[in-house]
Design a protein around this ligand. Structure first.
Ligand SMILES: [Zn+2]
Length: 199
């Protein structure tokens, strides 16, 4: 996959919706000649296909589900295909990055019971704990064991910006909060006649 990371401010300072953010970056990607992440060839991408998937975001604290179109391109050098994945999407998850971070923030701040948080945003309790586990794993991977132990979870969340997300992706070749396990709820969009792709 290819990720643009064109938004550099802190995520909690973004005032527009995830749906708008997706389209802003998607538009930028369509005009970008990215490098192939497999063979490193530059200016080698050609349009290949697209697929539909869900994007679930929080609007005024309520979950809202959109369907969005993700572009795929093919490297003319090595032939690999790549999803062009805007930053607001977490690979293999229907929930937006800010949706997940908002839920984790509410959990760490104890704004409600775990059951109350999950009921409000429409997720299973097991999903919240899976996100928490991923968050703690990635935070430790990012900061190292000692710093992660002493860095407050919410201050870490509040410092996340596009630069940090890009650094994480380049350093570990995995997006922040990306899981390779998919739940039934998080399967890609299954509309009739659509091309199914796993990112
Ligand atoms: Zn290539």
């Amino acid at each position: 996959m290819i990720r643009p990371f064109i938004i550099f401010c802190k995520l909690n300072q973004i005032t527009f919706s995830d749906f708008y953010w997706f389209h802003q970056e998607n538009h930028a990607l369509s005009r970008t000649d990215g490098s192939c992440t497999v063979c490193r060839a530059r200016m080698s991408m050609e349009s290949f296909a697209s697929y539909r998937r869900y994007l679930v975001e929080l609007e005024d604290g309520e979950p809202v589900t959109h369907t969005v179109t993700v572009q795929r391109c093919r490297c003319g050098s090595c032939g690999h295909t790549h999803a062009l994945l805007p930053t607001t999407l977490v690979p293999y998850s229907s929930y937006s990055l800010r949706f997940i971070l908002s839920v984790l923030r509410a959990y760490f701040l104890r704004t409600d019971t775990v059951a109350g948080i999950c009921e409000r945003v429409g997720i299973a309790i097991s999903t919240l704990y899976r996100w928490k586990k991923l968050f703690l794993t990635h935070k430790q991977l990012w900061l190292g064991v000692l710093e992660a132990m002493h860095r407050d979870h919410c201050s870490f969340l509040d410092q996340l910006d596009g630069v940090a997300l890009k650094s994480h992706y380049l350093a570990f070749r995995v997006s922040f909060l990306q899981s390779f396990r998919r739940t039934v709820r998080e399967q890609p969009f299954s509309g009739a006649g659509q091309l199914f792709v796993s990112t």
